[in-house]
Design a protein around this ligand. Structure first.
Ligand code: SF4
Length: 281
């Protein structure tokens, strides 16, 4: 049986989710920040973690964005194949939701219409939209506004298969070291291993939306997440890049099949606000 959803529902939810994501730290990130403040060894690092949380608290209380860079709106849609969207085009509905969220929510408009002509579109559209068709009659929406302080520090490495797991670890650590303080640590590190050039980057991006504190279901990937988090926190970059034992709050890894001749690795770094809101319609 097909379930009809009016496209206006998509617009309304995305509008609300853009505002929510930009004003309130998600509960998983909040818990991770609190935990980091407890465990951080460097006095300055501890102090910075406290200040970052104070800033987040004031933002939530006074309805101020949690960061001045309110990001480019990245939207993941999982659409059940038994859903019929009616009343207009999905892409238009998503962009209208972003437009309304960013204008009605007084969020900074950070999108330019052309990468070289660079005129601001003044409503933060277009969004970056990733759509997947799934089983069932539900629509799952993830809104993840992405700031470019950390986006600019992200990388794709096309490794040779012989480089193996050590090559993967080296790639992730290289990306994090190169990012240093520029990605506003403590960071969340999204990693995509396998697939193709674009698939590994997309997996890394989506990995950032997985709840911090959860792990991959694949035993060796879970171990890799834990090992890399430990190694990253041993780099000493620390909160705000001013030194300490908390450089990252999580390493989230997604994997996919790949070609016999390749080992693509995408590393998408996100900062301590790592905005992500999920709803199911
Ligand atoms: S990287 Fe994150 S915290 Fe830093 S300026 Fe960008 S959005 Fe803000």
């Amino acid at each position: 049986m097909v379930r009809s959803i009016n496209i206006e529902e998509i617009t309304k939810n995305i509008r609300e989710m853009c505002i929510e994501a930009n004003h309130y730290l998600s509960s998983d990130m909040d818990a991770a920040m609190k935990q980091a403040e407890q465990t951080e060894k460097a006095p300055l690092g501890k102090q910075i973690l406290g200040q970052l949380q104070e800033n987040l608290k004031i933002a939530a209380e006074d309805m101020i964005p949690i960061c001045q860079d309110t990001g480019m709106a990245v939207i993941f849609l999982e659409i059940g194949q038994d859903v019929h969207l009616e009343g207009g085009l999905l892409e238009d509905a998503v962009n209208e939701g972003v437009r309304q969220g960013y204008t009605k929510g007084f969020l900074r408009k950070s999108v330019v219409n052309d990468p070289l002509i660079r005129e601001n579109t003044k409503d933060n559209t277009p969004a970056i939209i990733h759509t997947k068709i799934t089983a069932g009659d539900k629509v799952k929406i993830k809104v993840a506004p992405k700031g470019f302080g950390s986006e600019n520090m992200s990388r794709v490495f096309m490794l040779k298969p012989a480089e193996g797991i050590e090559g993967v670890k080296n790639a992730v650590l290289t990306a994090v070291k190169d990012a240093g303080p520029n990605a506003c640590p403590p960071m969340v590190v999204g990693v995509g291993i396998g697939g193709t050039f674009e698939k590994c980057a997309l997996m890394a991006k989506e990995a950032l939306t997985r709840e911090v504190g959860t792990h991959s279901d694949v035993p060796y990937v879970k171990e890799l997440e834990e090992e890399l988090l430990k190694k990253i926190n041993g780099l000493g970059i620390g909160p705000g890049g001013l030194g300490g034992t908390t450089t990252a709050l999580a390493v989230n890894i997604n994997t996919y099949a790949t070609h016999i001749a390749g080992l693509p690795v995408g590393v998408n770094i996100c900062c301590h606000v790592n905005r992500h809101v999920v709803r199911e319609l």
